[in-house]
Design a protein around this ligand. Sequence first.
Ligand code: 6PG
Length: 477
Amino acid sequence: ARANIGVVGLAVMGSNLARNLASRAGNTVAVYNRSPEKTRTLVADHPEAGFIASESVEDFVDSLSKPRTAIIMVQAGAGTDAVIDQLSDLFEEGDIIVDGGNANFHDTIRREGAAKKRGLNFVGAGISGGEEGALKGPSIMPGGSAEAYATLGPILASIAAVAEGEPCVTHVGTDGAGHFVKMIHNGIEYADMQLIAESYDLLRRVAGHDPEAIADVFAQWNEGDLESYLIEITAEVLRQKDAETEKPLVDVILDQAGSKGTGVWTVQNALGLGVPVGGIAEAVFARSVSAKPGQRAAVRGAITWRPDIQKPSSSFEDDVRAALYASKVVAYAQGFDAIIAGAQEYGWDINKGDIAKIWRGGCIIRAQFLNRIVEAYDANPDIATLLEDPYFARAVTDGEDAWRRIVATAALSGIPIPGFASALSYYDALASERLPAALVQAQRDFFGAHTYRRTDKKGVFHTLWSGDRSEVQISAE
Ligand code: 6PG
């Protein structure tokens, strides 16, 4: 046994992670793939890595020193279960199986429970940063037991991205906590991308800028509060020309966005947990709407009129920037609310500040902005919402006028801005003295005797709507 860590599954993410591991001092990396050609290619292409390659699971397991630690990098789902079964049969007490894929955290909880029964450690680890991140330093969100993390933590720290001198990895919590937090990361990623896309659409259609000019605007925004990987790559995407037509590439890409599921999971779970994540949900729905060409064509065929595009105000670009920033604050506040609710529901001790820290580097949503969240939770880990933190409260109120102008301009121009609009409505709901929920509650009481509470005294009440309409008290508390 010569390797301290193994990787199973050598597609791009697995190969890159294996190469990253091998390039760090102290790691000797065992590799295995179901079809041996991939293993042979990787080993031949990267002799410098000193991989210990195996063509059978048995040899792979034999090549690992104890406690054996293997990271599975295969397609999430049935493939993962098959590899876990193979390893579980050969691994011994205390050995560690790590799933580095985008697994559903419910599966991770189940798999961890089954492994524990056999005396094995199972760690579901979210890994963000795409192919390049896997190779050069991802952000890593491991769950599982503290015992497993004692062995695994230093190995993961050796390959993670570094932000402000700290490796972007932390023990998120037990069993499925890591994959849960990775799921929320992806939900926030969806919202971030949607808000950037809405900004682009407004700059294009209202301000009349071409993609090249919008790239310049984004590049400039990337120097300020909005500095982030997603803003940076957006500028690059917008500068890209199609070789064949010489048009901006963005103009020849079909306007239908796909998805692999993590955004949908975020919303499904948030619904179950009762957490309003409208910004994330609207981002998921916006992709669904885009991918319905039949309905889009039907509506375009049925209508004869579209509103004129409003004239941009002199501060239009800056207004869009402010609307983007305020909406982004809301999306992150909602994402962290979902983390808090998940931690409570599943009994995870998740440090919110640490999550913001490990998202500062390596992952898709990496940004300077995460430092503000770290500071907010440092100052008060128990704030009711990020929007309560003085920095964020000011950021939102400072941009508020601009945000409202942008939502109004878009609505009057017929430009869809589900992200901006839902974020603003969410903010206004939290900020309103009274909500029309009182009326909804009265309606519920009318047709279903669902009762209500009063603003002026304790107790539960019901109005005899189909009787004499007097009020009865149902209970004292
Ligand atoms: C990451 C990405 C990664 C992947 C997503 C994209 O953190 O590195 O989120 O996990 O790119 O699967 O999700 P969709 O395919 O659903 O857009």
